[in-house]
Design a protein around this ligand. Structure first.
Ligand code: ADP
Length: 807
């Protein structure tokens, strides 16, 4: 049964005789009140409600009423604004109302409580000099309805409907029902209900003008029933739509409700509570859909497990990893190339070429965005030359986090890619672990010691690294532990290595190599003065500029307390001095405000290194070579001793295959030149030749010691000392030709560092000279040799001028 028919059975159809004419009897009193025209609602007598007023004239009218404690006349407009306020544009019947609290709202609006009192027939509009309109009208008398049993039944039925109406409508406050319930007379009762109906304005006005209460009761009842029908229909549609929402969402709601209920009841068992906590984090993690599905499966498994289940820990750890890994980009920072340049310059002394290449690389990456897969940056150079700090500066310039992981000594693929979960104590690999520490999906990620990655039977970590570093593949990096792909494509990888050669070619192909060589003494002093001193003062709690290091002091530290390509030990020694001064300060003694060359020894103890030639005097059978090492470069003395014997060649000092062959070539060369160089070729049958390269613990290899080996040997054979101020490098052929070698820059820097001022190198390496800093080029005398004879004429003392002409 519909609402309407329910009402019709209660009462007879409404009587058509009731008049709609709102006539005020002659004798009824006049009122003159401030006028409040409305175009959206009708205010009914007995109704209490709020209205919002924008119009300034109306606001003044209300204020006047409030100030003078008078009522107002609310009249609905036939025609909405901008029609002017006139008798023709207003309805004839309005409502006298009391004014309650007025609240001024921020944007010029006014909120006011009004209570309808009685119906007024509008007769005249007057202007008040307070800047608002007034209206004169007559009070209307209603035709009262007697309260019979029939009207009572009718009212009760209507109240019933009204209750449902209030419940379903989100516009009518609950109090309206209570007020209606307390209204015993049909007149006020209908007015209250009429005021709550959301029918349109003309219909509302019709009810206002209806002075016959009995008729009004009937018509209001009909309108109420209609409105309720509409509301119920809406409600049904809404619930049908909700039924239509997909299953997963429904499950979500049910789960949510269950969660709330269980929480309320304090019933959740710890595992379930944990699962719920994971679920909450999962929702915030922003992980891709595939991953989320996988994690949800595990969550459901966890939630279904009894807490003593052996796999609980495993699943829990897995979930912990998944929800704590970063999955989305928090914020993309616009790359500002000029800012990047500024940051690099701010943090690093010199290195103009390196900085330029870094900036170019960043610029290309910025331009290409995702379209071009750029190679991975790789800094190659000895320790302490600023590889790490350049990486940090790049991160700073790009506004990204910085993380690093060392690959040194990794042999097992699982260290890169993780272990499968079934493995006891399994964890993700180092890449994913480090990403988690970073907490963002797009950090600057430094892979240190790429040249120290090894291989063994447990798989090749380089192949996993290939995947990490390959822009074509790394958006779906697979870690055995995670089981789902992880996107590494937003990561800014930078690899570092001390040497280029040990990096496998496949990896090398993916790298944009930037080489950093060691610093010269001058550069080191510059770095110390501009950066390291201030940094160490700060780290040791001393004020900026509290202690001044003289240039002499810095030079003393560089020359006598460090021997390195980079500035790591230099920084440490400066730190030592600062710490000792800080201690003096802490003990309350007068602390020095400067460090001079003389006082360095006081802080650092006896000199560790003696600057100057590698050997103290010219020696027979000892020549100075140079080698490129992980530390940059190093001078490498080579010793030869001739012993009575049977022509055996003894090689010691952990020499590699290539170096051994070099030694043999040197011997053969020396043998073939015996007549020219003036020793007996027969010597080789009765003599054992022992060649030793000290620093025996370190394996050495490569062809570039060839000319040094030959020089030491010939020195021993001719009994001529080798000049201690000469260092040399170059491969030797059996015919005594000098072939080019690699790493000249590092080798020269090493020799220069060791105080050597004459450097013999293959003629074909002449082109590398331009890479060297100007001060080194100035201070070192270069001898570019094509033939071994040229080497000997420089290295052996006294020199053998006769040899120069020998081709
Ligand atoms: P690497 O990573 O190459 O071993 P680091 O980046 O750790 O070297 O550098 C060691 C220290 O030397 C750091 O404190 C670094 O800031 C500083 N350093 C190295 N090169 C420079 C430079 N060109 N200018 C300023 N400081 C430098």
């Amino acid at each position: 049964m519909t609402v309407k028919s329910e009402l019709e059975t209660i009462d007879a159809p409404a009587e058509p005789s009731a008049t709609l004419e709102a006539e005020a009897p002659e004798e009824s009193p006049f009122v003159t009140l401030p006028l409040l025209p409305r175009w959206d609602t009708v205010v009914f007598p007995n109704m209490v409600g709020q209205i919002v007023i924008r119009n300034e004239r109306s606001q003044r009218a209300l204020e006047h009423a409030a100030n003078t404690d008078s009522h107002i006349l609310v009249v609905a407009r036939r025609n909405p604004p901008p029609q002017e306020i006139s008798l023709e544009n207003l309805y004839e019947v309005g409502t006298e109302a009391a004014v309650g609290r007025i609240i001024r709202l921020p944007d010029g609006l006014m909120n006011v409580w009004v209570q309808g009192i009685r119906r007024i027939k509008l007769q005249e509009i007057l202007s008040h000099d307070g800047g608002f309109s007034q209206a004169r009208g007559r009070v209307l008398e209603e035709r009262l309805a007697r309260v019979t049993a029939k009207t009572e039944v009718r009212m009760r039925a209507m109240l019933n409907l009204f209750e449902k109406y209030v419940r379903l409508s989100d516009k009518v406050p609950e109090e309206a029902y209570v007020i209606a319930m307390n209204a015993k007379e049909p007149g006020p009762f209908t007015d209250i209900i009429a005021g709550a109906l959301t029918v349109d304005l003309p219909q509302q006005q019709e009810l206002l003008e209806m002075l016959d209460q009995r008729r009004r009761l009937t018509v209001t009842g009909q309108m109420l029933a209609q409105e309720l029908d509409v509301l119920e229909l809406q409600q049904r549609i809404r619930s049908e739509v909700q039924d239509g929402i997909d299953k997963s969402q429904k499950e979500f709601y049910i789960r949510e409700q269950m969660r709330v209920l269980q929480k309320e009841l304090g019933q959740m068992d710890p595992i379930q509570r944990e699962a719920e906590e994971f679920r909450e984090k999962l929702d915030q993690s922003g992980m891709p859909e595939v991953v989320q599905k996988r994690v949800e499966q595990e969550l459901d498994r966890l939630a279904a497990m009894p807490s003593a289940h052996p796999e609980v820990t495993m699943v829990r750890n897995y979930l912990d990893w998944m929800v704590h890994l970063p999955w989305k980009v928090d914020q993309e920072v616009e790359v500002d190339i000029r800012e990047a340049q500024r940051v690099l310059d701010l943090n690093h002394y010199g290195l103009p070429k390196v900085k330029e290449r870094i900036i170019e690389y960043i610029a290309v990456r910025k331009l290409a965005q995702d379209r071009l897969r750029s190679p991975i940056l790789c800094f190659v150079g000895p320790p302490g030359v600023g590889k790490t700090s350049l990486g940090m500066s790049i991160a700073q310039a790009l506004g990204r986090k910085f993380v690093r992981v060392s690959l040194g000594g990794i042999r097992d693929e699982a260290e890169v890619r993780g272990h499968r979960r079934t493995y006891v104590g399994a964890l993700p690999g180092r890449i994913i672990q480090t990403i988690r520490t970073a907490g963002t999906i797009n950090p600057v990620f430094m892979l240190d010691e790429l040249d120290k990655v090894g291989t063994d039977f447990r798989g090749d970590p380089s192949s996993a690294l290939l995947e990490v570093l390959d822009p074509e593949q790394n958006h779906t990096f697979s870690d055995h532990y995670l089981e789902v792909p992880y996107d590494l494509s937003k990561v800014f990888f930078i690899a570092t290595a001390n040497l280029l050669e040990p990096i496998i070619p496949a990896l090398r192909d993916r790298l944009e190599i930037i080489e950093l060589s060691g610093y010269t003494e001058r550069e080191k002093i510059g770095i110390a003065r501009q950066f390291l001193v201030a940094k160490q003062l700060r780290e040791n709690g001393l004020a900026d500029r509290q202690v001044k290091f003289s240039t002499g002091a810095l030079r003393a530290v560089v020359e006598h307390y460090t021997r390195e390509a980079g500035v790591r030990n230099l920084e440490r020694e400066i730190g030592n001095i600062c710490r000792k001064i800080a201690r003096t300060v802490a003990e309350g003694d007068r602390a020095p405000d400067s460090v001079s060359a003389q006082s360095v020894g006081k802080y650092l103890g006896p000199q560790q290194y003696f600057f100057g030639a590698a050997e103290l005097e010219d020696q027979i059978g000892v020549a100075t070579g140079v080698a490129k090492t992980e530390q940059g470069g190093d001078v490498l003395p080579i010793e030869v001793t001739l012993l009575e014997g049977k022509g055996v060649l003894i090689l010691t000092g952990q020499l590699g295959e290539v170096m051994r062959e070099s030694a043999q070539a040197a011997v053969s060369y020396a043998r073939s030149r015996s007549s020219v160089l003036g020793y007996d070729a027969g010597l080789f049958e009765k003599t054992d030749i022992h060649i030793h390269v000290p620093a025996g613990g370190v394996p050495k290899d490569g062809p570039s010691a060839g000319i040094t080996l030959a020089t030491a040997l010939i020195s021993a054979l001719t009994q001529r000392p080798v000049s201690r101020d000469v260092a040399m490098t170059g491969e030797i052929t059996l015919r005594g030709r000098v072939l080019p070698i690699g790493g000249l820059k590092d080798k020269v820097l090493a020799a220069h560092r060791a105080g050597i001022r004459t450097f013999v190198a293959p003629d074909r390496n002449r082109k590398d000279l331009e890479d060297l800093p100007a001060d080194v080029r100035r201070e070192v005398r270069f001898v570019w040799a094509q033939q071994m004879d040229e080497v000997l004429s420089v290295a052996l003392t006294p020199s053998i001028p006769a040899l120069v002409s020998v081709g």
